[in-house]
Design a binder for this molecule. Structure first.
Ligand code: NAI
Ligand code: A1CAB
Length: 263
């Protein structure tokens, strides 16, 4: 199976590392294309892959990832569509680009899998939402799920939820980085050296996420386990509620969904 990436930025690089590390494919099975000389050099010298034009990458691939920003999708699709193998599995990553829209550009009978990954794929802890179109068989879907699982979790969802997935997992690492930065700022304000503060905050976030996933307990119950009666945490939680953290996150996700639907 030959795997190609049109564009080789943050997401493609993370996916390539995951696929190679898992042993699902070797360097010779992969090709990527790029716009800049710097990225071309990264593909050949750092990733040790063949670097092709967009057209060469399209005609090489049994599984083809479209890893350019959404605003470049239309031009890229129009330039490669006649080069894509007839039975290739076309995997998209862009928000807002629906299966219907993709089918209208590639051709209705094409096998298209719309996904929404996230950058924690870079450390093998990605979360990818997956929506296949009607032309993709169960076996082909399994092939793509196996590739996507090489850098984290991958789960099929109905397409009407993919903008929601964008808000809750595609974009949410940015909210969490912001939270970690702010938590560390608070610690620095009270005298902790900055590097130590990032590590303490990030490890607390990592452990908390693991508790949700591994205990299966309701997040509210886990929160209550931290809040000793008359203790320190309840004071912090009281201020977070007063400042609207919960509502800020809900409204941020609603804005994210609105933007994705408008793209
Ligand atoms: N960064 C993120 O957190 C996430 C990104 N996505 C989606 O993944 C896709 C890729 O995003 P990133 O990797 O973050 O972007 P990026 O900007 O890091 O990478 C895109 C690459 O494509 C190259 N490129 C642009 N036009 C090209 C062309 N015509 N031919 C070949 N290469 C071209 C750019 O030079 C760049 O290296 C986007 O559609 C984005 O919306 C989805 C989920 C999360
Ligand atoms: O900000 C964006 O548009 C992309 C999609 C999800 C994360 N990054």
């Amino acid at each position: 199976m030959k795997i190609g990436f049109i564009g080789c930025g943050n997401m493609a690089t993370a996916m390539i590392h995951g696929i190679l590390k898992s042993g699902l494919a070797s360097e010779g099975d992969l090709m990527a294309s790029a716009k800049t000389e710097k990225t071309k050099k990264k593909i050949t010298d750092e990733l040790h892959l063949a670097c092709g034009t967009n057209e060469e990458t399209a005609s090489f691939s049994d599984v083809l990832f479209l890893a350019v920003k959404p605003q470049f999708y239309e031009d890229v699709i129009l330039s490669i569509r006649d080069h894509v193998k007839k039975d290739a599995l076309i995997v998209t990553l862009a928000p807002g680009k629906t299966l219907e829209w993709l089918g209208s550009l590639f051709g209705e009978d094409r096998k298209i899998i719309r996904t929404m990954p996230n950058t924690p794929a870079m450390v093998g802890e990605g979360m990818t939402a997956v929506c296949p179109n009607h032309s993709v068989t169960d076996e082909e879907l399994d092939t793509v799920l196996t590739l996507l699982s090489s850098f984290g979790q991958a789960e099929v969802i109905p397409e009407n939820l993919i903008d929601v997935a964008t808000a809750v997992s595609g974009s949410s690492p940015a909210y969490i980085f912001l939270a970690i930065e702010a938590m560390a700022d608070g610690a620095v304000a009270d005298g902790m050296p900055r590097n130590k503060a990032y590590r303490f905050a990030a490890q607390a976030v990592l452990g908390s996420a693991k508790m949700v996933l591994e205990t299966g307990k309701h997040p509210g119950e886990l929160k209550d386990m931290v809040c000793s009666p008359g203790g320190t945490t309840m004071e912090a939680v009281r201020v977070l509620e007063e400042k609207g953290l919960r509502s800020a996150l809900i409204e941020a996700e609603k804005a994210c969904v609105r933007k994705a639907r408008a793209m």
